[in-house]
Ligand binder design. Sequence first.
Ligand SMILES: [Zn+2]
Length: 100
Amino acid sequence: MPTKHSSPEKSDNFYANQGRKLQEMQHDLEQKIEKFESVADDPFTTKRIETLQANLKEVKSALGMHEMGLYGACIDCDETIPKARLEENPEAILCERCAE
Ligand SMILES: [Zn+2]
C-alpha cells in the first residue's frame, strides 16, 4: 500500500482513530464476555452474553473492513457512510438507509 509522507489530512486521522476505537471496543467486549461467562449461567446472564457477542461480531466485521481499507463505505450500496454516523457507531458497516 503506498504511503504518503506529506502531512496527513484530517480525514485520515479520523479513520485511524475509528480503528483504534474499534480495537478498544473489541477488547472491552471480550473482557466483559469472559467475566459474564465466569460468574453465572442463569438465563439473564446468558442473554447478556448473547447481546455482547452479537455486538463483538459487528465490531470485528468493522475492524476487518478497516484492515482492508474499506471502512467507511456501506457494504450494501457502497455509499460513503457519514462521519457523524461512524462517530456514534464506530461498528457501522451499513449506511442509514441500508441499515433500516
Ligand atoms: Zn447503503
